[in-house]
Design a protein around this ligand. Sequence first.
Ligand code: FNR
Length: 366
Amino acid sequence: MEVSQVTNVMEFEAIAKKKLPKMIYDYFASGAEDEWTLKENRSAFSRILFRPRILIDVSNIDISTTILGFNVSMPIMIAPTGMLKGAHPEGEFAVARAASSASTIMTLSSLGNSSIEEVASTGPGLRFFQLYVYKDRNMVIKLVKRAEKAGYKAIALTVDTPWLGRREADIKNRFNMPPNLTFKNFEGMDIGKFDKTINADSGLAKYYAGFADRSLSWKDIAWLKTITHLPILVKGVITAEDAKIAVQTGAAGIIVSNHGARQLDYVPATIMVLEEVVQAVQGKIPVFLDGGVRRGTDVFKALALGAAGIFVGRPIIWSLAADGEAGVRKALQMLREEFEITMALTGCRSLKEITRKHIAAPWDRA
Ligand code: FNR
């Protein structure tokens, strides 16, 4: 298939798979262990059905919204994913430009191949910075200050990764960073070296274990709040219990995420636990979702269950690999159009009109 024939974001994957070296494709595609959650992230969406309302004037549809007070053209945003130059030479730059031209938010991974400042230099745009917490807290302070200075609008603190999940494809492939790439954010910083000579297990898992702080706990979020004025989104909450603590700790928002099913296998699909988290939060802070969103209908379902917006991960990687910035623009445009059509066909003219009654979930009573 050619890029010109692609009609939905999922179709980019086959093109990407053909173009990319197996080790790189597998790194992007894989989930943890049996990949049960990976499949479930998708299939759970298919069990939620619509209850569309008819004969409503839908000649004008407005999907614009605000995220943490910032205006965006749609509630579809870009999740942080590492090593985007592995997908395309323009990597994070292409994604940043595509996000900006779509008037939406890009989240830059701390494990990107382009730095905080380089991505900011691509031009104006709304960006969040994703943070892992390192053993060396001075490093964390430096990264957060750099993100502030470069105009990033929020910190997405990833909390589901005290250890890197077992992604067996990476282990089988003896995953190693391609020789031409680096983790650009850490240049000149001492956070351990990516051992490119490694010849056992996943090089990434070993590298990650070298610097990530496995003792990370709720008190560190309180600490983070003392070093930055940026809002902190807690990424990786999937229970009501943790959602309540996140609110108490002063999180500005929650991202319901299972890390694209790359961490703990056999956790539920994110769409299955979204409502539990939304109910626990009681409207005090916005709740977002990522994981398996591939269709405009998925976006609508997440919003009907109470999400303020969603993030997409792999569709951005596949469209980037297939056609660089143009590919990512096309992916975002297709999601936008699908979501607009879903709005029209369910009888919703603005995000405010989406209600829980517009969908039927398997756990609803008859
Ligand atoms: C990720 N994700 C991720 N999350 C994070 O907080 N920091 C990171 O560096 C990365 N890196 C990363 C790499 C790759 C290849 C993938 C697929 C994912 C998780 C990501 O932010 C998001 O939670 C998921 O990708 C969402 O699921 P989908 O849309 O990929 O199904």
